[in-house]
Design a protein around this ligand. Sequence first.
Ligand SMILES: [Zn+2]
Length: 375
Amino acid sequence: MSHTTLVGERVLAAEGARPAQVRIDGDLIGSVTALDDVQGHGPDVEVLPPGSVVVPGFIDIHVHGGGGHDMAASPDSMRAAVDFHRAHGTTSGLVSLVTAPVEQLCRQLGWAADLAEAGLVAGAHLEGPFLSHVRCGAQNPAHLKLPDTDAFSRMYDAARGHLRMITIAPELPGALPLVEQAVAAGVVVAVGHTDATYTEAEAAYVRGATVATHLFNGMRPVHHREPGPVLASLDAGARCEVINDGIHVHPAVLREVLARGADRLVLVTDAIDATGVGDGSYELGGQQVTVSDGAARLDSGSLAGSTLTMDRAVRRAVKDGIPLEQAVAAAARNPAAAVGLDGVGAIAPGARADLVVLDAQLRVTRVMRGGQWIS
Ligand SMILES: [Zn+2]
């Protein structure tokens, strides 16, 4: 078994960011030892440059593409998008599939299952097709369906045990039995792309939903007499995805979610293929998307995913005044908990050795996954 020992002046482990030595045995973290200072180690110990911050690898549970690669386009494209986000510190997470015909989703779920079985992702997230026409955002309305337990079963089978999460609009007829079916099958149910009232959204949480898909975006807005799915999600103690790109939500939204509990906030990218490529014309789920100044929109003006990466989401959160520890937890520990991933999301003995080394400005300098540095 290979051994690596890293020493850094700011290692973000259980006790917060402090000097520590991290020993890596094979693909796991063997030990984390707090240090008084980082000097005077043997030649087999690598001391990271001053100012470095070592954080757990990020976990993105909502992402559609990046680096010019659309995850829904082909198996190679799905893999290439995962690799693109890896370089930005995402060492685990889900593959998110936008609404499409069920047969097509089944095929894409098969590709995601291949990646999951190769250990490259933790599974798939179905964002559709059981979503609201009224709040469909960039989901292609031509392929939205009413909740259908047979269609769900077909997709569940196609994912070969790797369907981790499904976003459902709970107000649709038949939605609540589908929530129960998915939860019973071990699939995390997220409430999203929904025009539900507070009471309708609450009913989904009572039946076992636990996540809110990009809180505020793609849902009925808060009104003081009908606070809708947003307050229902916060009141239910849901893990709340937030797209923190400076476009989708105001920073006050992050503070509000955190005020409900430090473990509630889940940073996601919802990134599309344009991420890391630049402004221009792209396609998402068969619809034309224009990216301008980093904002991806349909012709209707509706936001169509983002061009965010997890490292930028964390940097922005810290710039917005969120403590580093909370921002990193929202990018690692909380998403792991949201979709039930064990052994990732923390720098702790026994966890997979997934680490991101950031510089003092919180830019990614190196990424380790399963004990291996990514080139
Ligand atoms: Zn999405």
